[in-house]
Design a protein around this ligand. Structure first.
Ligand SMILES: [Zn+2]
Length: 348
C-alpha cells in the first residue's frame, strides 16, 4: 500500500470515527450570509489537517489536531484558539447544520494565529515603549480612593525593570504623575523608534457588576470590521498607521493575554479589537492591556499590592518574549553570528 493511499484511508477512518462532518462539508461552497462570505469550518479545517465535529450540535463546534484546538460557539463573536478567547469580527453561524466562519476572520485573525508569519529581521525587536495609562488631571478609573493612573504607572515601572533584565531598551510615555495627551503618547513611540508599544490600564465596569474580573488585551480593529462591543458601528473606518502592523499586533496581544491567563490563572476576558488612538497612530505593533478590574473586590485588592503587580509585570514580559520567539526567524537561534566565527578564526 502506498503511503499516500494509506494516509487517505487513515484520514477517512478518522473522519468516520469523529462523525465524518469534515468530508461531508469539505465539498461545500462558500456561503453568503449577512453581507459576508462564510466558509464551513469543516471545509477550511480539512485543508489544514484539523479533525472536526460538533461538541454540541448547533452550538459548539471543534476543530483540532495534535498541536491546535479551536472551539467555535454559534452566534458568538469569540472563538477559543488554543485556550484563549479571541474576538472575531463577525459571529459564527450555523448554516444548514454546518458551522461557518467569516472568510474575513479566517484571513485576519484565525490563520495568522495558527500560522504566524516570521520577521525577516532578527535584530528588529530592541526598543519597547511602555505607556502607563492616564496621569495628572486624568485619573482614569476611580474606585473609592484608588486612582487607575497610580497603578498603571507602578505596573509600567515594574514591567520596565523586567524588560531591561531581558535585554530590551525601554522608553516610557510618562515616569511620574503628569498629564500626557493621547496624541503625544503615540508620537513619542514613533519618534523614539520603538519596535513595540504596550499601553497599560486597569478596568472598571460601568454598570456596577463587580463579579467581572480578569485581563483583556486589545489590538487594532482590521479595516472593514467593527471594534469589539461596537455593535456593528465603525466598520467603515479607513486604514490608520496602526493597521500596517495589525497581524503582529494581534500576535503580541494573543501572547500577552495567554501569558497573563495561564501563569496567574485568571479569567480570560479575551483578545479584543479597538481603534483606540494609541493603537491607531502608532507605527509599530501596539497593544493595550487592561490588566484586571478595579471594580472586582478580590482582583482589586490584588492590584493594589506590589507583589501582585510584579507578577503581572513578569507575565506581560513573558508574553512579549513569547511573541519575540514566535516571530523571529528560526535560523537565528542555531546559526552563530558571522562576527563570532571570524573571532574564533583570528585566535587560531
Ligand atoms: Zn484606563
Amino acid at each position: 500500500m502506498s503511503l499516500a493511499f494509506w494516509l487517505r484511508i487513515s484520514a477517512f477512518t478518522w473522519a468516520l470515527a469523529l462523525g465524518a462532518p469534515c468530508l461531508r462539508a469539505s465539498a461545500a461552497n462558500t456561503i453568503s450570509f449577512n453581507g459576508q462570505t462564510y466558509v464551513p469550518v469543516a471545509s477550511w479545517a480539512h485543508t489544514h489537517d484539523l479533525m472536526c465535529h460538533w461538541v454540541k450540535r448547533g452550538d459548539l463546534f471543534e476543530a483540532a489536531n495534535g498541536t491546535a484546538r479551536l472551539i467555535f460557539n454559534v452566534d458568538s463573536h469569540y472563538a477559543d484558539i488554543n485556550g484563549v478567547q479571541v474576538a472575531l469580527s463577525f459571529p459564527v453561524a450555523d448554516q444548514k447544520g454546518a458551522a461557518c466562519v467569516a472568510r474575513f476572520d479566517l484571513d485576519k485573525t484565525i490563520q495568522p494565529l495558527l500560522f504566524p508569519p516570521r520577521s525577516a529581521d532578527p535584530q528588529r525587536l530592541q526598543t519597547i515603549c511602555l505607556d502607563p495609562g492616564h496621569g495628572g488631571r486624568d485619573t482614569g478609573n476611580r474606585v473609592r480612593w484608588h486612582n487607575e493612573k497610580t497603578y498603571t504607572l507602578w505596573l509600567a515601572l515594574d514591567l520596565r525593570d523586567e524588560l531591561r533584565k531581558a535585554g530590551f531598551k525601554v522608553v516610557l510615555t510618562r515616569t511620574r504623575d503628569e498629564y500626557v495627551d493621547l496624541a503625544s503618547r503615540a508620537a513619542l513611540a514613533n519618534s523614539r523608534g520603538a519596535d513595540l508599544f504596550v499601553s497599560l490600564h486597569f478596568n472598571a465596569t460601568v454598570n456596577g457588576r463587580d463579579e467581572v474580573q480578569g485581563p483583556e488585551t486589545y489590538c487594532i480593529t482590521p479595516v472593514g470590521a467593527s471594534s469589539t462591543n461596537a455593535r456593528g458601528k465603525g466598520a467603515d473606518r479607513g486604514p490608520a498607521p496602526g493597521n500596517r502592523h495589525q497581524t503582529q499586533s494581534l500576535l503580541l496581544a494573543y501572547q500577552v493575554e495567554k501569558s497573563l491567563v495561564d501563569s496567574l490563572h485568571l479569567d480570560d476576558r479575551g483578545v479584543r479589537r479597538a481603534r483606540f488612538e494609541v493603537l491607531r497612530d502608532t507605527r509599530m505593533p501596539a497593544i493595550l492591556v487592561e490588566a484586571g478590574y478595579m471594580t472586582n473586590p478580590e482582583e482589586s485588592q490584588k492590584i493594589y499590592t506590589l507583589a501582585y503587580r510584579r507578577s503581572l509585570a513578569r507575565a506581560i514580559a513573558a508574553g512579549i518574549m513569547a511573541y519575540k520567539n514566535l516571530t523571529s526567524p528560526a535560523i537565528s537561534t542555531t546559526t552563530p553570528p558571522a562576527r563570532k566565527i571570524s573571532k574564533v578564526r583570528q585566535k587560531r
